[in-house]
Ligand binder design. Sequence first.
Ligand code: HEM
Length: 194
Amino acid sequence: MILQKLKQATKAQHDRLEKVVNLLNDTLSMQDYKHVLLKFYRFYSSIEPKLHSYDLDKFGYKTTERSRLRLLEKDLKNLNLKPVPSWEGLPLLENIGEVFGCLYVIEGSSLGGQVISRHLKEKLQLDINNGASFFNIYGSETGKMWKEFGIIIEEFAKSYQNDQQIIEGAIETFQGFEECFKSTALSFSYENQQ
Ligand code: HEM
């Protein structure tokens, strides 16, 4: 089962990233949130075009429905933030195996997104209509969308016969996220928006 292997291979990276993103703290401010949102925008504006250069719909992956970038753009607009330049680092996504590893990371993040959405509502009164639609992409359908993705990736892995390449894609994606979040390049462009 590829899902199990992916979870095991990336657990340490996930736990580190949770700390780097640091959204669940009790003292989260609107400024902290805006900064994090811009970092997510920076990352997704880089990887979504790369992902969409592959025909993913033919595997049953509904590219438009699962796109995060349109939600990030809406959230930025609602919070009066201007788009920032795209991330230029990992993941490379050079083959369809790596692409599926990346999709695992993205789709899995919708699970954590549910916890984050509740926190954002409680601490900052943010919801899908005023700046926090990205974290709540599927709402009450989150479990169903994750289950459906599970079927899609298990089927893909069965025919692809190269689990290692899928796992590489997931590891590179987590690495890219972490580097993007730790990068200080954005601090400058963000401060210019204050
Ligand atoms: C504050 C930030 C985050 C929190 C609190 C969080 C929390 C969670 C939670 C509660 C789950 C469900 C765990 C389970 O069912 O065993 C989960 C799963 C997952 N999260 Fe996160 N997460 C965060 C950030 C991220 C980020 C930024 C990514 C990647 C972009 C990510 C990727 C994943 C993946 C891939 C899974 C699926 C694991 C699996 O079942 O295979 N998470 N996360």
